[in-house]
Design a protein around this ligand. Structure first.
Ligand SMILES: [Zn+2]
Length: 476
């Protein structure tokens, strides 16, 4: 360090996904200038935060957020200022949003450029995924432009016919482009004919209200779609990432594909390892309207086991900020109501509580919360506490317990699906690009300082991100 650091987090137990060490963390110019062994004196700094007795983990990377999302006649109620503020309150310092064409006229490129413009209001760093709904001869050129903008992943839906669904031919061709452009295919996998038929049958039987949501989208529909998509990934050689996997069968298919040599990844969300389908028989079933729906208690347990075993790589919020008035407009028909749950702010404590209860270490939590989302999404400088990495840091107290009060949170809505739950593992201090944005005095709005992250190519990043230095691991 040539000059005095702006910030030192002293006496920290630094926990990365690969191990932990006792150190003082020096921050200079928004980056980690160095880790000083805790046996050495605390370096002088403009500001020193003492983390004695606390853990310090990398700032969270949430790979799946929908900001200002338009779906049919519904629009989520947050903007970048709100979502990024809520993210920081929850220990997440990087969010990845989606540029999804809002209608048949908007191109994938226009959708991304629109989101990039909105993102200038962000308080934290932002990256974007693209999305393709239908193939035409301009798509390869548009994907090249996206790659040049640092948007190296493209989402496609195998369901939602008539809105976001891409047919098999489109998915196959986009996968080929991802191989050519060193990108990553992002897939929402649910078999559309089964979902459509099952939903129609439920409607005919008069069981189409929100209390029946889980019966309209069977586990089988998710698994058959994962299987079909993996075959296309194998055929094209494209790396593939499955969003919000909600069944152990779907996760196992991805694990087996990896054993065959595919680059295939599993994401799940906090609600799928925490809530089961009994929520649809509760007083407020509309709090839990999302696709896929919550599953049986047995499925939840088996999914959580796969999170702890490492078969699931990332834990993302799938943040979608509707409020209760939108959720309650059409509770009589799951086809007409907006799906998606607010979650960018609660991702840390819900994930930590679920993983700790299943015997995971803090290192494993850091892996799903920050390290793997950064690695798989090819985000440079994130997901690890090491010299030269961005100074995105969370002083974290695994013993701190709070009860969720949706109305008191900072997302653009009036409820939380985790309302009333006692959760452990909340952020005490959050540092984003070297700025202390949350501490004992509360939130310090840094202004619209969030940066747009130009992501690396997928293969380029995986080969450059060599194995991290092994540090001595310790028990929880
Ligand atoms: Zn989503």
């Amino acid at each position: 360090m040539s000059r005095q650091p702006e910030l030192v987090i002293a006496n920290a137990t630094v926990v990365n996904s690969h191990g932990r060490q006792e150190a003082h963390i020096a921050v200079h110019d928004g980056r980690i200038a160095g880790l000083v062994d805790a046996a050495q004196p605390v370096p002088a700094a403009d500001r020193t935060i003492d983390a004695t007795g606390k853990l310090v983990i990398p700032g969270g990377v949430d790979g799946h957020c929908h900001v200002a999302q338009v779906t049919g006649r519904f629009r989520t109620l947050d903007d970048y200022r709100t979502t990024s503020t809520a993210a920081l309150w929850g220990g997440t310092t990087t969010i990845i949003d989606f540029g999804i064409p809002r209608d048949a006229q908007e191109t994938p490129l226009a959708a991304v450029l629109h989101k990039k413009e909105l993102a200038t209001e962000s308080r934290c760093d932002v990256a974007l995924h693209g999305a393709v709904v239908s193939w035409d001869e301009t798509v390869p050129w548009q994907l090249e432009q996206l790659a040049a903008e640092g948007v190296r992943s493209v989402k496609m839906y195998t369901t939602n016919r008539g809105t976001t669904m891409a047919d098999g031919g489109t998915i196959l061709k986009v996968m080929r482009e991802m191989v050519r452009l060193d990108g990553l295919a992002y897939i929402h996998a649910e078999h559309d004919p089964i979902i459509t038929d099952c939903t129609e049958q439920q409607a005919e039987d008069g069981r189409i209200g929100i209390e029946h949501l889980h019966r309209t989208r069977p586990e089988l529909a998710e698994e058959i779609s994962v299987k079909e998509t993996l075959a296309m990934a194998e055929y094209t050689g494209a790396p593939v990432y499955f969003v919000h996997q909600s069944t152990p069968g779907a996760v196992d298919l991805v694990s087996q594909a990896r054993e065959r040599g595919l680059q295939a990844y599993s994401e799940t969300c906090p609600h799928y390892v925490t809530l089961d389908d009994s929520v649809y028989a509760s007083t407020f079933p509309e709090w839990f309207a999302c696709c896929p729906p919550m599953r049986s208690p047995e499925t939840v347990t088996a999914l959580k086991e796969r999170l702890v075993s490492g078969a699931i790589h990332t834990m993302s919020s799938d943040h979608s900020c509707y409020d209760l008035s939108q959720k309650r407009e059409r509770t009589d028909d799951v086809r007409a109501m907006p799906h998606g749950l607010p979650g960018v702010e609660t991702r840390m404590p819900v994930t930590f509580t679920a993983m700790a209860s299943a015997g995971a270490t803090v290192e494993q939590f850091v892996s799903a919360f920050a390290a793997e989302p950064a690695r798989i999404n090819a985000i440079p400088g994130k997901g690890r506490i090491a010299e030269g990495f961005d100074a995105d840091l969370v002083v974290f107290d695994p013993a701190e317990e709070r009860t969720v009060n949706g109305a008191a949170m900072h997302m653009g809505t009036d409820f939380s699906p985790f309302e009333g739950k006692a959760l452990t593992g909340w952020p005490a201090v959050v540092v984003s690009n070297g700025r202390v944005v949350l501490d004992a005095d509360g939130f310090h709005d840094p202004g619209a300082v969030g940066r747009f992250i130009n992501r690396n190519g997928f293969r380029q990043h995986q080969s450059a991100a060599s194995e991290p230095t092994q540090l001595p691991a310790a028990a929880l």
